[in-house]
Design a protein around this ligand. Sequence first.
Ligand code: NCD
Ligand code: ZN
Length: 345
Amino acid sequence: MTNELIINKPDDMHLHLREGELLGFVLKDTAKQFARAIVMPNLKLPVTTVNLARNYYDAIKSFGYDFQPLMTLYLTSELSKEEIKRAKESEIIHGIKLYPAGVTTNSKDGITSIDSCFNLFEEMQKYNLPLLIHGEVSDSKVDIFDREKIFIEKYLIKICQHFPSLRVVFEHISTKEAVDFVLESSVNVAATITPQHAMLNRNDLLSGGIKPHNYCLPVLKREKHQKAILQSAISGNPKFFLGTDSAPHLTSQKESACGCAGVYSAKTAIEIYADIFDQNDALDMLPNFCNKFGADFYSLPYNQTKIRLERKDYEIPRQLEFNGDKITPFLAGQTIHWQIAEMPH
Ligand code: NCD
Ligand code: ZN
């Protein structure tokens, strides 16, 4: 039995770092676990320009952690072709994120007509700047459990056919249809996988009492989807890589009559993935999933610093204190079996 893993420090290819005081809180947790992260742009004032991305980058760097933020722009209908060129030239921006308007937290400024973005996709293809997609339709008439599947049928197939060289990341996939779509697509199409979508299904959200801390978007689906996602994560296929979608909200905002979507996993993310892989006899697949496939997709060099993971029981805290408030971490109160440990001297 393997009791120790020494691996290159992982990358989180989908992370919400937030802003203000919460930024410092999330960064502290993230920098322990990850060398770099693709930073989501859905701030209260969305990161829609290179200048805003640079300000956000500077704010992140000002905390002084040994951590590299990989910035993204928030796609709006106002985005210009010139700004896409500037984004590419900036060297800090690694992708452009498409949120269908109204689909999730801070997405009201997102896209209402995907067809009208085709000229921008053209430009992104030209500059080899990846398109990151929250792949759900936001039509309130579509059943929430079908929104990802319908997005694939209505938009994703078309986008990928029209722009065969455009690099696309299908973010936080939650269905077997999404896994199949990625498998059938070219090497330019990849997906991020969160711990919650690999580990849980909708029973963990709705059976035996509602569990607001397992509520995120895309919403957890039935077990057959969870199994497909888990299999893709541990398969060793480079199209599937780590992206936590860690997205903190105050405990009070989640335990509410209208609770926010988002799971805060940043504090113990790599330990949780190690547990998932271990329980499925796939620990040997963890390193590439967490520090190679994502870097390859984004054309980044591999991290050189190492972390050590040790087999050791650890009970995830029930609550984290934040600024006189509380944040409930993913799997609060549960015991996981791997922990980051000091490197041997
Ligand atoms: C994210 C958030 O809170 O910013 N929430 C979530 O449930 N995943 C937004 C997102 O990625 O959809
Ligand atoms: Zn997200």
